[in-house]
Design a protein. Structure first.
Length: 158
């Protein structure tokens, strides 16, 4: 059992969200679903929590009611090796009403924030040449979805 598990509060669509996330990420599955009993507070038999795994990382989704909403203060980073992988993850997470944002950030249809970024980004931004890293940062700040080729171009061309 992992020591720390992200616990996500949904109004009443935790099961829908878990199924969506499992469909987006490879090597993912629903682990267990717990239902409310006689004591509530949700209707008896309705989904209380869904434990699910995304590529080996466990999460729990709770149907807790409308009191709390997701904000950009918490996000999940999806590290992608290639532009093809990045494009695929980006498109899948936006399915059904997600909203893109700047610098590789997006909100999915449930309001959860994600950063879909290439693994090479950190390396390019930490280049020993401060001018190169500055150009990478300037290029990235103009992007919505990250374009690896454009970042590499920024390093190569002064």
């Amino acid at each position: 059992m992992q020591k720390i598990t992200p616990f996500l509060w949904f109004n009443d669509n935790a099961e829908e969200a878990a199924k969506f996330y499992v469909s987006v990420f490879p090597k993912s599955r629903i682990v267990t679903t717990a239902r409310y009993g006689e004591a509530g507070p949700g209707p008896k038999g309705s989904v209380m929590t869904v434990e699910f795994e995304l590529n080996g990382q466990r999460f729990v989704a709770l149907n807790g009611g409308p009191e709390f909403k997701f904000t950009e203060a918490i996000s999940f980073v999806v590290n992608c090796e290639t532009q093809e992988e990045l494009d695929k993850m980006w498109d899948k997470l936006l399915q059904g009403g997600g909203r893109p944002n700047q610098c590789g950030w997006l909100k999915d249809k449930f309001g959860l924030s994600w950063q879909v970024v290439p693994t090479v980004l950190a390396e390019l931004m930490q280049d020993k040449d401060p001018e190169k890293s500055k150009r990478v940062m300037q290029a990235m700040l103009k992007m919505v979805k990250i374009d690896i080729h454009a970042l590499e171009d920024a390093v190569a061309h002064a």
